[in-house]
Design a protein around this ligand. Structure first.
Ligand SMILES: *Cc1c(COP(=O)(O)O)cnc(C)c1O
Length: 367
């Protein structure tokens, strides 16, 4: 079976992990945690970074730290992972969704303003599949309506929006280091900001709201989470970050292989670049022009090739419909993409042979 993702550990991962074991520092204290945080902040161009247990936790922490009034409306794209909407709901706020663009898969910037009400307090920017949103246009809206910005950069480590790194925009930003991301720590996440007050809040909430006062050990004023990151994860993260620029080249190479070997007769292939960014192919998404994707996914599976469907739109998620959200809302682009889209094997550890084989099998099926 050709897996949809295979991670790549080609650098100092083993050495750093051995250092953890030899030194005994395997918990959340240890030098790899702080080294990785410092290097991520430097790489992304933010003042502060703090790690946490995964990318979903990072979103929980980011939203909580903003301390918005209860039941604030937060605007986000409907085509994204459940974590984005879940973090809004579990923090006591209301997700308001916007459709995506059919070609970039990112939020339709021109539809955001129609969804702004007197209760809107923030916009969550989520960059999708390796291309980024039109950040400047969103920042202008945020300025005009006095809204906070959360930037979820979980799919775009190292991607430049114009000349700045994604993950450096807005009030607070997040990353995930799940095994299919550009760099992985197994599970893992990070929150970044330039605001010292926000980073203190995140550190407080991720560590069970322990007090900074040593005389108040085990005395808590608030409920938080244990979302701490371990030195083992930090060891992996640091070794992976050292290779990120190579990883991006590798992802672009995979994207280009597909672009040159797949025909666009029946398939919409991803855009190589936009005016403000170059695709770093977090995944390699294709959209069938005339048909639903499930038959192609089944045929590929039968030929030993794993694929994934696109994100199921947030406004269709049964869990939210049950609670009365998104009544009868129709956001046709995201619905169409879910029906007709799929993504192909494109992990850093997937080989060129696997990519070429996938192209060959797809061409054969589509003939
Ligand atoms: C992967 C991902 C997350 C969640 O990260 P986990 O580490 O799996 O919790 C959040 N947002 C986006 C856009 C993602 O792709």
């Amino acid at each position: 079976m050709i897996p949809v993702n295979r991670p790549l550990f080609n650098g100092n991962e083993k050495q750093y992990l051995n250092d953890c074991i030899d030194s005994g520092w395997v918990g959340s204290e240890g030098e790899f945690v702080s080294k990785f945080e410092t290097k991520m902040a430097e790489y992304v161009g933010r003042k502060y970074a703090t790690s946490c247990s995964n990318g979903s936790a990072a979103l929980d922490l980011a939203i909580r730290a903003l301390e918005l009034p209860a039941k604030s409306e937060i605007i986000l794209p409907t085509m994204t992972i459940i974590s984005c909407a879940q973090s809004i709901v579990t923090n006591g706020h209301i997700p308001v969704v916007v459709d995506c663009d059919l070609e970039t898969f990112n939020i339709k910037t021109e539809d955001i303003e129609k969804k702004i009400t007197s209760r809107t307090r923030a916009i969550m920017i989520v960059h999708i599949y390796g291309l980024c949103s039109n950040i400047d246009e969103i920042l202008i809206l945020a300025d005009k309506y006095n809204l906070k910005i959360i930037e979820d950069a979980a799919e775009v480590h190292g991607l430049n929006y114009k000349s700045k790194k994604c993950g450096s925009f807005g009030d607070i930003s997040t990353f995930s280091f799940y095994p299919n991301k550009h760099i992985t720590t197994g599970e893992g996440g990070m929150v970044l900001t330039d605001d010292p007050h926000l980073i203190n809040k995140v550190q407080y909430y991720k560590n069970l709201c322990f007090s900074n006062d040593p005389n108040k050990r085990f005395i808590h004023d608030e409920i938080g989470w244990n979302y701490r990151f371990t030195n083992l994860q930090g060891a992996l993260g640091l070794a992976q970050l050292e290779q990120l620029d190579q990883f991006i080249s590798r992802k672009k190479h995979i994207g280009n292989l597909y672009n040159t070997h797949l025909s666009s007769n029946f398939l919409q292939l991803p855009l190589e670049k936009l005016s403000y960014c170059e695709n770093i192919y977090w995944v390699y998404p294709v959209v069938l022009k005339k048909h639903n994707s499930d038959w192609l996914r089944t045929k590929l599976y039968e030929r030993g090739i794993a694929t994934r469907p696109f994100f199921y739109p947030i406004h269709k998620q049964p869990v939210f419909l049950k609670s009365g959200l998104f009544n009868n809302e129709s956001l046709p682009n995201s619905e169409k993409l879910y029906e007709q889209g799929l993504y192909l094997p494109s992990g850093l550890g997937n080989t060129d042979e696997e990519i070429l084989k996938t192209c060959e099998v797809i061409s054969h099926i589509l003939k």
